[in-house]
Design a protein around this ligand. Structure first.
Ligand code: 5RP
Length: 222
């Protein structure tokens, strides 16, 4: 059983004709996009906005009509994955480096749906290193300021040196071990000059869809 596929495809039950939909990034929402492409080919009329260049390319290649930010101010739905999901639908996102666009898109959606496999469920956020997007200028200064919040930020690297986001910024992966007050940490991180956004999504998700290894799909509403 592919738990990510089950969860990603289950998100389609919330899609209705005429909707404007935010499409997340990652290997779970990949399955949502593939299924959505099939439905569009069968006549479903939706429009979508992507949270990354990768998603934009995938969706456009499947014939999904794509929107630009200048054409929207709200969305009916946003569908995305997550790296950790704690009680109260507190999330860590950004494992794929798309957290800024993902947060912007989720913030204008009337309903934000998160799809994930059961391994993403945790009692408390923080074992997964929290991705923080920072501007390249003076990133060492930003890292030093983040370190004072109680973690050891690691600059994310790719095959050609430092990983660059779609916004030409850098990612610092910050392992806090345990995040006792996610809302406060979200505010503290975003008040540091040089921080663009962080991967804490607090009070944003409305629906969580979990694929379990026994083949069951669980749907939780806030
Ligand atoms: C990308 C994300 C992803 O949603 C998150 O990393 C989960 O990815 P996957 O579905 O591949 O496990 O936040 O920035």
């Amino acid at each position: 059983m592919d738990m990510k596929k089950m969860a990603g495809e289950a998100a389609l039950q919330f899609v209705r004709d005429g909707m404007r939909i935010g499409l997340g990034t990652g290997s779970t929402v990949y399955w949502t996009i593939i299924k959505l492409g099939e439905r569009v080919q069968q006549g479903l009329n939706i429009q979508a906005i992507a949270t990354s260049a990768k998603t934009e390319k995938l969706a456009a290649n499947l014939g999904i009509p794509m929107l630009q930010t200048s054409q929207i101010d709200e969305l009916d739905l946003a569908i995305d994955g997550a790296d950790e999901i704690a009680p109260g639908f507190q999330l860590i996102k950004g494992g794929g480096g798309a957290l800024l666009r993902e947060k912007m898109v989720a913030s204008i959606a009337r309903r934000f749906i998160v799809a994930a496999d059961e391994s993403k469920l945790v009692d408390r956020l923080g074992a997964f290193p929290l991705p923080v997007e920072v501007v390249a200028f003076g990133w060492e200064l930003t890292r030093n300021a983040i370190r004072k919040l109680g973690c050891d930020p690691i600059l994310r690297t790719g095959s050609n040196g430092a990983f660059k986001t779609d916004n030409a910024n850098l990612i610092l992966d910050c392992r806090f071990q345990e995040i006792l007050n996610p809302a406060q940490l979200n505010a503290d991180l975003n008040s540091i000059p040089g921080v663009v956004e962080n991967g804490l999504f607090i009070g944003m998700a409305d629906t969580v869809i979990i694929g379990h290894k026994d083949g069951k799909v669980e749907i939780m509403q806030s």
